[in-house]
Design a protein around this ligand. Sequence first.
Ligand SMILES: Nc1ncnc2c1ncn2[C@@H]1O[C@H](COP(=O)(O)OP(=O)(O)OP(=O)(O)O)[C@@H](O)[C@H]1O
Ligand SMILES: [Mg+2]
Length: 372
Amino acid sequence: MTLYPGATIGILGDGQLARMMASDARRMGYEVAVFGPTPDGPGGQFASSFFVGGLEDVEAASAFAKTCDVVTLDTEHVSADVMRAVEQVCPLRPSASILCIIQDRLNQKRFLERNGLPQADFVAIDPAAPLKGTEALRFPAIVKTRTHGYDGKGQVRVATQAEVVEAVRAIENRPCIIETSISFDREISVVLARDKSGTIRFYPIAENGHRNHILHLTCVPARIDAATARHAEQIAASIAEALDYVGVMAVEMFAMSDGSLLVNEIAPRVHNSGHFTLGACVTSQFEQHLRAICGLPLGDTTLLHPVVMINLLGEDWLDDPGTVERAASLPNVKLHLYGKRPAKRGRKMGHALIFDSDLNSALRTADSLVRR
Ligand SMILES: Nc1ncnc2c1ncn2[C@@H]1O[C@H](COP(=O)(O)OP(=O)(O)OP(=O)(O)O)[C@@H](O)[C@H]1O
Ligand SMILES: [Mg+2]
């Protein structure tokens, strides 16, 4: 069934992704119901209605879903009970069965394994049992919590096997995985949309730079060769197809110096590395996601001009109040702020998009904008 403007899109979770989806949805004439902890959050500020609740609160989520024609999400960290409660009332995109695979890192890695897709070697760790299997792993490695990780939270780098037990303790003995640390050439992501009939549209591949495991900047087009780009698209498409995915999703990958690719992780939603599409592409990832989940034809993903996206974190406010002024003084910079209060270190407060026919010049502008 196609949902036309006037229908209500529900969004579970209220961060910047909810905000940008809500903003595009309102522009397109849809009503938006946001479900989050406080009514004045980033998405709530753009919502037509708001439901207060936590991502474990089945009763509140069910009341929210009853007002929606379709529900989507800002975060995949939604409890299984809430997903089920929503699905009893209206379609959830992506579905609970997809989210259960993605939201647990071990399930996600096993899914990739089943589908023969390349990734870093890993071992599952059960903190309640004696350590097993890690002696075969190549170190250094990274211990990662299986659930509720984001922006590198719940991750500890370990130099040797002897440090593993302490690292698991540092993430509160949560079930986790350990994977080999990869010496990649570049990090890239494929942001794609798949509609209900299985048609896939790719955005141009994004190249990502992280600092302290948090996305720092994205530049597009990625500086990779055409064969690697096609290969990355093939991998991402096979993931979307194996999941029978509908909507926008992102696949983060490590590009190796020998031309090979390893999947880092799958994001079942719009993604930080796709923010460049808001202004640099004909159709933003947010509009595209709405089109897909509403059953409308997918939009054009053509890149209009090269772009660098740089994330603005709490420290860019607290330590350097001149950031906004500098961004506003540049003719080719578009500033997106998320309406989050208060600013905190490591908290994503906004991003800037720098449009420039020359990518290196855009990267220099990005450097001058954020003086961290
Ligand atoms: N095995 C690895 N080898 C090298 N670097 C890694 C590895 N795993 C993670 N990293 C680095 O840490 C970053 C964050 O890791 P990952 O994507 O697993 O975390 P996350 O907390 O789920 O982040 P997010 O959801 O914000 O993307 C990666 O983009 C990469 O820069
Ligand atoms: Mg990641």
